[in-house]
Design a protein around this ligand. Structure first.
Ligand code: AMP
Length: 526
């Protein structure tokens, strides 16, 4: 065995998986109970003990307030963001805002960041590998959804650091899946990786060939997952309960947690069977005694409730193809990743759209971790490997005078990449400029996501249009962004590596259009 094994970790919303590549074969490492996937659950038990994985998930029903799941949906997001606000409605545990609008999780008297909870899960995956190998594992490649923002990538990186891992690289889940799928294939093929997990959806088109995996396009919704189907089903069950018992139990966390578990179980069962029975005795107590819920759910019922969500994934597929200038029939194979892709309606809709059924024989729960392990081995040994050519998923740029967005690195640009652009001042004798680094496709700065900002001061007073401020934006191989601004006349420069989503509020974004007029930049013509 090598002295320093490096692992691949698929840190999922619902489940996580760890794999190791030695020799030519990547393999999934089972946990102590023999399971190849570990629930991404963290809990603090009744006597204060910390539980992770299956033990945490098992006691979730009786301890919903102190059982944390789906934390990947919170990493790198502000508390006031619509995504987190939407999430709160369905979570049995307590979220609150930190001093700078960071999302925080309360368990008993303790406050945790989502990154800390992710770190517990990463640590567990590391432990599973270390125990299996009989050697301490430190190095890992960790995967993230292709459509994760910079803040979410940084959050994942920070979680790795908290977990004591040396993260060799953050790679995109579809790229990892393509890498694992491409092993042993000789021909060049154009493939689509359809990845629908518990919390996120993304679709990538790639060309795979001997020694190379090249991403052509990637698109997704980091807030569309299997949990949305569960939540839709929970809403339906709450409605049924209301009809039967004339009681609203939506505010009861224990009942909600039981409904959620039952909903997910029924959903998974309906991938195999046409009918599933939901039986929840003693769900609540009314004036006449205990109230139960018993419902027979047909696959058609579930499909009717969730067809809008499945169709949304298909619309996103169409957009991803358009970005790559590909037609559906030009895709040779469709690879499924993520547990939610097992839903029969997904296969059906994909076959309709692509004109061919998705590939069978790839395990959607394991293929990402296997790809990450292959990449970990390549990076760790510095040896010959497959060349991964990945992309910037969203355009990067800065805010300019009048609240405009000046895009400096277009989405779809291959990473690592960097670019320089010279700007000037829109006002006479302006001695400072505010650099707002943004990510998105809107021509309006305020409609894009603010990644970070700083003020470059000490610019020598001059008439407007004269100073030359060079702005350099770079994206490294992990997809992490850095911006630097330099005033040519004074030589002063400042830079920023986007380190977290924290410290910035939504108000900042709204205010930005205004401040950009006062401390603004204008495009330097010529
Ligand atoms: P992942 O994030 O890849 O672990 O995917 C987890 C999501 O897949 C959860 O929402 C699960 O409920 C869902 N899931 C797992 N297995 C199935 C199945 N057989 N049919 C439908 N959904 C499933």
């Amino acid at each position: 065995m090598k002295e320093k094994p490096a692992i691949g970790i698929d840190l999922g919303t619902t489940n996580s998986c760890v794999a190791l590549a030695q020799g030519n074969r990547p393999e999934v490492i089972p946990n102590r109970s023999g399971s190849r996937i570990t629930p991404s659950f963290f809990a603090v038990g009744a006597s204060g003990e910390v539980l992770i994985g299956h033990p945490a998930k098992r006691q979730g029903i009786t301890n919903p307030r102190n059982t944390i799941h789906g934390v990947k949906r919170l990493v790198g997001r502000k508390f006031s963001s619509p995504e987190v606000q939407d999430e709160i409605k369905n979570l049995p545990y307590q979220l609150l805002a930190g001093p700078n609008d960071e999302t925080r999780i309360q368990i008993g008297n303790e406050i945790y960041s989502p990154e800390e909870i992710s770190a517990f899960i990463l640590k567990e995956m590391r432990k599973i590998a270390s125990e299996f190998l009989g050697a301490e594992v430190r190095e890992a490649v960790v995967t993230v959804p292709a459509f994760f923002t910079d803040a979410q990538r940084q959050g994942t990186r920070n979680a790795g650091r908290i977990a004591g891992l040396d993260i060799l690289r953050i790679i995109n889940e579809p790229t990892a899946a393509a890498l694992a799928y491409s092993m042993g294939r000789r021909q060049e093929e154009t493939i689509a990786v359809y990845d629908w997990g518990g919390g996120t959806f993304d679709i990538s088109t790639l060309v795979i060939g001997p020694g190379v995996v090249e991403v052509l396009s990637t698109y997704g919704d980091s807030h569309l997952g299997g949990e949305d189907i569960d939540n839709t089903l929970v809403q339906f069950l709450l409605g049924e309960f209301q009809d039967i018992h004339q009681a609203d139990i939506s505010g009861d966390p224990l009942a909600r947690q039981r409904l959620k578990e039952a909903a997910e179980k029924a959903k998974v069962e309906l991938s195999e069977r046409m009918e599933s029975k939901i039986l929840l005795p003693f769900l609540a107590t009314g004036a006449k005694g205990p109230q139960h819920l018993e419902i027979n759910l047909h696959r058609n019922d579930l499909e009717e409730m969730s067809v809008h969500l499945v169709r949304r994934t298909i619309d996103i597929c169409a957009e991803s193809l358009a970005l790559a200038s590909l037609k559906a029939e030009e895709i040779d194979h469709v690879i499924l990743v993520g547990g939610q892709s097992r839903m029969p309606m997904v296969r059906r809709e994909l076959e309709k759209f692509f004109g061919k059924p998705p590939v069978r024989g790839v395990n959607p729960d394991e293929v990402v971790a296997l790809g990450a392990a292959i990449q970990a081995q390549v990076l760790q040994t510095g040896g010959e490997g497959i060349l991964l050519l990945d992309l910037v998923p969203r355009s990067l740029g800065i805010a300019t005078y009048g609240g405009h967005f000046s895009s400096l690195i277009k989405r779809g640009t291959r990473i690592p990449t960097s670019t320089d652009h010279t700007f000037t001042t829109p006002n006479d004798n302006q001695t400072a400029v505010e650099i707002n680094l943004l990510q998105g496709e809107s021509a309006k700065a305020a409609e894009n996501e603010l990644l970070g900002k700083f003020i470059l001061s000490g610019i020598e007073p001059a008439p407007r249009g004269v100073p030359r401020v060079e702005v350099k934006v770079a994206v490294d191989a992990d997809g992490i962004v850095r911006v630097e601004a330099r005033d040519q006349a004074s030589g002063r420069s400042r830079s920023l590596t986007v380190t977290s989503a924290h410290g910035l509020t939504e108000e900042d974004i709204a205010r930005m259009a205004k401040t950009s007029d006062r401390l603004g930049l204008a495009d330097k013509k010529g």
